[in-house]
Ligand binder design. Structure first.
Ligand SMILES: Nc1ncnc2c1ncn2[C@@H]1O[C@H](COP(=O)(O)OP(=O)(O)OP(=O)(O)O)[C@@H](O)[C@H]1O
Length: 237
């Protein structure tokens, strides 16, 4: 599902290398918890995996596609089709309603639109289903603009947007950092439930090691390289 080989990365020529990863493999359906101290390069690694930046050395494969070999426009299409990204700051579009924010990925990805249609469900119904799963429902709320929501609500909307159209990989960059403890636990449970339902691979970045119990693989980024702390064999490829 994800394979990194001989990757090295530095932001600027002349800098010391930030990342030096010989090998990392993530299996389809795996739930991966990535930890590492502040500044260790976790977000940089996620940016590389999603093809937002490219390394000078090494290969990054997602779904057997070497994404760093793709042209920038093809990388954008690949990302839109196959990855859902939950940002630390959610990045909802402020002037769009809750429902339209969740529906946004299918504006950019025909594949994700088609995946929903193949299930015989209309895209709007699927968006509403996801919002209901995370406890957001009712036309008043769905028609509110994203700026009118609480932080916890925005976070749940961001998760639904990432999940819509079943991308094979969900990348979540410290999505729980601005929530209280109960809301964090509830959010992770909902995310895991949807990922299990669709056999989605989840790469979840957090500082909060209380949550490692929910994950099948725990990895740490330290001094630029990846250390595997736990891997549970789940089968798959
Ligand atoms: N766009 C950029 N241009 C130049 N340097 C950058 C850029 N983004 C990050 N860096 C540098 O790369 C290093 C790693 O940053 P990164 O955000 O990947 O760490 P992190 O592990 O995600 O940190 P945190 O846990 O605090 O979010 C830092 O020294 C940072 O200054």
């Amino acid at each position: 599902m994800v394979e990194i080989k001989d990757l090295s990365y530095k932001w600027k020529d002349g800098d010391k290398e930030l990342l030096n990863i010989d090998y990392l493999h993530i299996t389809r359906g795996e739930r991966v918890f990535l930890k590492g101290s502040s500044g260790s390069g976790k977000s940089t690694l996620l940016n590389l995996l999603s093809g937002m930046i490219v390394p000078k050395n090494g290969t990054i494969k997602v779904l057997d596609q070497t994404i760093n070999a793709l042209k920038p426009s093809h990388r954008d299409v690949f990302r839109a089709n196959h990855m859902g990204y939950i940002f630390q700051t959610f990045n909802l579009v402020p002037y769009l309603s809750v429902l339209d924010n969740v529906m946004l990925p299918i504006q950019f990805s025909n594949e994700r639109l088609q995946r929903i249609k193949n299930t015989g469900i209309e895209p709007e119904e699927e968006a509403k289903r996801l919002l209901q799963v995370v406890g957001l429902e009712g036309s008043d709320l769905l028609n509110k603009s994203a700026t009118e929501l609480s932080v916890g609500q925005q976070q749940r909307v961001a998760a639904c947007r990432a999940l819509l159209g079943s991308p094979e990989l969900i990348i979540a960059d410290e999505p729980t950092s601005s929530l209280d403890e109960d809301a964090q636990e509830a959010f992770i449970n909902l995310l895991l439930k949807e990922c299990t339902r669709k056999q989605t691979t989840l790469l979840f970045v957090s500082h909060d090691i209380r949550f490692t119990k929910y994950f099948t693989k725990v990895i740490e980024l330290k001094n630029g390289s990846i250390k595997e702390l736990l891997t549970t064999n789940i089968g798959g490829q």
